[in-house]
Design a protein. Structure first.
Length: 117
């Protein structure tokens, strides 16, 4: 039986073209194992976030392995990559007059509340 080798993409090519330059460059000077493809990793992160599946349940035949996606998600959070992406996309939307600041809001429900004594 022939295995399905079709590439599964979450991001369209046009979206990837915008995001790819905003990701950190790969350091190829330290040797070691080749780094997982950023597009497969980002697609895997988005797959997990969209589907709600556990990291280990990301289909590795279509995306990067789940543990790699999780590590890269954490790394990109720590090094400010997600904020750079967010700021760049907001700037683009603003330049194209597609951002309605009147409709924007901040939800702090994720912040832990201290319990009273």
């Amino acid at each position: 039986m022939k295995q399905n080798t079709k590439t599964h993409r979450i991001l369209a090519d046009e979206q990837w073209a915008v995001l790819a330059p905003l990701l950190p460059r790969q350091d190829k000077t330290n040797g070691g194992r080749p780094r997982a493809d950023d597009r497969k990793v980002l697609d895997g992160i988005l797959f997990s976030l969209r589907s709600g599946c556990r990291w280990q349940d990301i289909p590795a035949e279509h995306f990067a392995p789940g543990v790699t996606c999780w590590r890269r998600l954490r790394q990109w959070e720590a090094d400010g990559t997600w904020e750079r992406i967010w700021r760049a996309l907001l700037a683009t939307l603003s330049r194209e007059d597609k951002l309605d600041y009147a409709a924007a809001f901040l939800d702090g429900s994720f912040a832990p509340a201290k319990k009273g004594d």
